[in-house]
Design a protein around this ligand. Structure first.
Ligand SMILES: Nc1nc2c(ncn2[C@@H]2O[C@H](COP(=O)(O)OP(=O)(O)OP(=O)(O)O)[C@@H](O)[C@H]2O)c(=O)[nH]1
Ligand SMILES: [Mg+2]
Length: 406
């Protein structure tokens, strides 16, 4: 399962975002460092299901389909908050960054309303600076990556000297555990122009420059501009977009999404995460407080920003930054089903550029070991083995091996 890590300054709203995505009830409060250990949960990524265009009623197994929307599970990790100086032990320190480093993609949550001061304490809205917060936290993360590299420098040297390993391979040996690819390393070496420098000659600033490139190349990151339900947030949001580009900053109100998901769970409204609207089932069932909360949701967030942004942030991270495609493997290409007759049972996320063999490997080793070719189930055509899978492809893999008994 893909892993999404939620990082950011204390009090930015990470746990609120996490609870909204996973509907768990981890502790939320306006005290700094409420979250003391990482929390793991399962969130869902929303994508238009192929069932509608194929005109079939699906029976999903590894995911869920609601009203033609496929929800695919991803692991979400809520991390304790950071503050400036964390690498010198401020707040809870940087001990949990290693867990963020295990994620495939990161959501960096900032308080766009500027309601937290530089120490992470709640202050008058507008006084805090989300831009400064972002840089403070990124600085701590880069320091962690640098420290990790420096601590392993001797090991890298040994691999180069004793095993005659090329620099890139030796670095890969120590960095692969934090989801760094050989390509990330090659790109970082080339961007820093360190490929031509003897590793033994690397200066402190070389380690830092390389670590910084590795952090951004290996861990694509969306900036979640949270607390957009507060009017004061708009100015900071524009500043964030101007600095980092529209594609990387998503306007969000985690709190509003949480209100909607809770109301939906209580049966008060019908709401599909990510939608621009919700419907009140029976207005006479609402207490005055609930009515006020739903009016707030509409007035402060949906009417202005069209959606709460929680779902959009997840999609932007996985579909736009990671360039994942959703593929539906089926056994029976005519019925779009598995051997038990479940229609469109599974939805797999594979990176852009994946081939039918990559899909086979993701589904089961027996499919990969005996892989012969793949069929595009919607057209019935046999696909070339170097075919590049596209989003929403429905694929049947033909294999020489029998499926092992479950
Ligand atoms: N107005 C508004 N407040 C929010 C939003 N999201 C979170 N908050 C509030 O911000 C405060 C901090 O929220 P948390 O989710 O506990 O923040 P955190 O980042 O997990 O904090 P730590 O665990 O201490 O690092 C709480 O008072 C939340 O109710 C939002 O979208 N809008
Ligand atoms: Mg928290």
């Amino acid at each position: 399962m893909l892993k999404v890590g939620i990082i950011g300054k204390t009090n930015a709203g990470k746990t609120t975002f996490f609870n909204a995505v996973t509907m768990l009830n981890a502790e939320i409060s306006n005290y700094p460092f409420t979250t003391k250990t990482p929390t793991y949960g399962v969130g869902y990524l929303k994508t238009a299901c192929v069932c509608r265009e194929l005109g079939v009623k699906d029976t999903p197994k590894n995911s869920t389909c609601i009203d033609g929307w496929r929800f695919i599970p991803v692991e979400v990790i809520d991390l304790p908050g950071l503050i400036k100086g964390a690498s010198e032990g401020a707040g809870l320190g940087i001990q949990f960054i290693s867990i963020a480093a295990q994620a495939d993609v990161l959501l960096h949550v900032v308080d766009a309303s500027g309601s937290i001061d530089s120490n992470g304490k709640i202050c008058e809205p507008g006084l805090g600076s989300p831009l400064a917060d972002y840089y403070d936290i990124e600085e701590e993360i880069i320091k962690w990556y640098t420290k990790n590299l420096v601590e392993n420098a001797e090991k890298v040297s040994r691999l180069i000297d004793a095993k005659s390993m090329p620099l890139g391979k030796a670095l890969f040996e120590i960095l692969s555990g934090i989801k760094v690819t050989e390509k990330n390393i090659a790109d970082a070496l080339s961007r820093t122009k360190l490929s031509g420098v003897e590793f033994g000659e690397w200066e402190d600033e070389d380690f830092r420059a390389f670590a910084s490139e590795i952090r951004y190349l290996s861990k694509p990151t969306i900036i979640v501009a949270n607390k957009m339900d507060m009017p004061v947030s708009e100015r900071n949001f524009k500043g964030l977009q101007d600095t980092f580009g529209e594609a990387f900053v998503v306007p969000v109100s985690a709190d509003v999404e949480l209100v909607l998901r809770r109301a939906e769970k209580l049966g008060l409204i019908s709401y599909i995460p990510g939608e621009e609207i919700f419907k009140i089932k029976d207005a006479s069932m609402l207490s005055a407080k609930q009515k006020w909360a739903l009016d707030y949701v509409r007035g402060r967030m949906l009417d202005k920003w069209l959606r709460t942004g929680v779902d959009l942030a997840m999609s932007a991270a996985i579909f736009k930054l990671m360039r994942m495609n959703v593929i539906y493997p089926v056994e029976d290409a005519k019925k779009y089903s598995d051997s038990k007759g479940n229609v469109l049972p599974d939805a797999y996320m594979l990176p852009h550029g994946s081939t039918p063999l990559d899909l086979a490997k993701a589904v089961h080793t027996h499919l990969a070991d005996g892989f012969l070719y793949a069929i595009d189930a919607t057209s019935g055509f046999r696909l070339p083995n170097d075919y590049t899978l596209r989003d929403r492809d429905v694929i049947s893999i033909v294999t020489a091996r029998k499926k092992p008994k479950a």
